[in-house]
Design a protein around this ligand. Sequence first.
Ligand code: ADP
Ligand code: ASP
Ligand code: MG
Length: 403
Amino acid sequence: MKIIVLKFGGTSVGSIQRIKKVAKIIKSYSKNYRVIVLSSAMSGTTNNLIKMSQKISENFPDNEYDTLVSAGEQISCSLLAGQLLSNGIKSRSWMGWQVPILTEGKHKFSRIKYINRTKILKFLKSGGIPIIAGFQGVDKKLNITTIGRGGSDSSAIMVAKFFKADRCVIYTDVEGIYTTDPNKLNSAKKIQNISYEEMLEMASLGSKVMQPDSIQDARLNRINIEVKSSFVHKKGTLITKRKNIVNNKIITGISSTDNDAKVTLLGVKDRPGIAASIFKPLSQNSINVDMVVQNISSDGKETDLTFTIKSYDLNKTKKLINKNKKISFKKMIFDKNVSKVSIIGVGMITTPGVTFRMFQALARKNINIQVISTSEIKISVLIKKRNVIKAIKCLHQEFNLDK
Ligand code: ADP
Ligand code: ASP
Ligand code: MG
């Protein structure tokens, strides 16, 4: 029999009521497939665990963080396995280390390298439904690891890869991938099919419905992903290769972020290597610098440099810049009240004038653009956070996504 991987997100297993509903969905697949289930922690649990660690220390050790935050999935998986058992279905929960799911890389941001199939296959053949904890794994020194927030999506894709699953379905709290976050804009429309490339951009640019790494893994392994709701029985969205998609829209979707911060260094000495000296310590401390603009120096001596980072990295960034002896500048200013809004679509490769239309639409609404960055299939602008919804709304209309 063919294998199907079903992943349930936090809200889908967020209460006992919902777990009962999920058990029914799982059962409905078990007639035609051998089912492997991946579960996230019940919604809110991971956040609460993180908050507790922060109350202990701002520098809570990364290895203990992983042990702590992976605990959420242990609860949801055992409850779900227990529910299936009480419905008369053979089931068992499996933590990452029990499978084992081997990871490599740093704590908090490990990547799944290998999944041992032996025990799970044996259990499947005996008619059982394994409930595997998403988000977690174990490294070769037997430390518990996690793979980044929202990582259960990646766990599901990697399980689908190693078990050569026929299908991989991501169950969540919305009906699929929408043109923009349906919880932010009512007129957002469900997308039938979306390419890996566009989904990867949307996810990386703030659409948290899928974790970016999971899309990268799916693209590399050519795994089609179905995203659908665990609340209503409706067709969802297929994430697949570009060739499978017919789309006449220039823009496929709009994403926005809500945890960016902008840092500006005024009066930076303008000489070769200065940008590298500023960014080196940030990169050594795993601080991801996103958008960057440097003004052309008017006098050849000094320039201003602006860049964005995640707002939770702001304090660390300030400290690193202030103690950096290799750079000199007159003043550092920062702003946490910024957001990045991006339009994404393979259609823009062949359509001229998209940038102009985006800027004009924002200008009509009096929205000031602070920083711009582009790639082949996306244009991002940094704007004031309070203008985000207004910006999404006008861009959604401008590129006919309402229809
Ligand atoms: P899960 O717990 O199932 O993993 P997440 O909370 O991680 O669910 O992701 C689902 C949420 O993603 C939705 O509730 C929605 O608010 C948000 N989201 C952001 N952008 C989009 C989009 N373009 N399409 C659908 N949902 C989106
Ligand atoms: N429970 C983890 C988190 O909240 C993983 C996930 O939900 O995918 O980030
Ligand atoms: Mg998620």
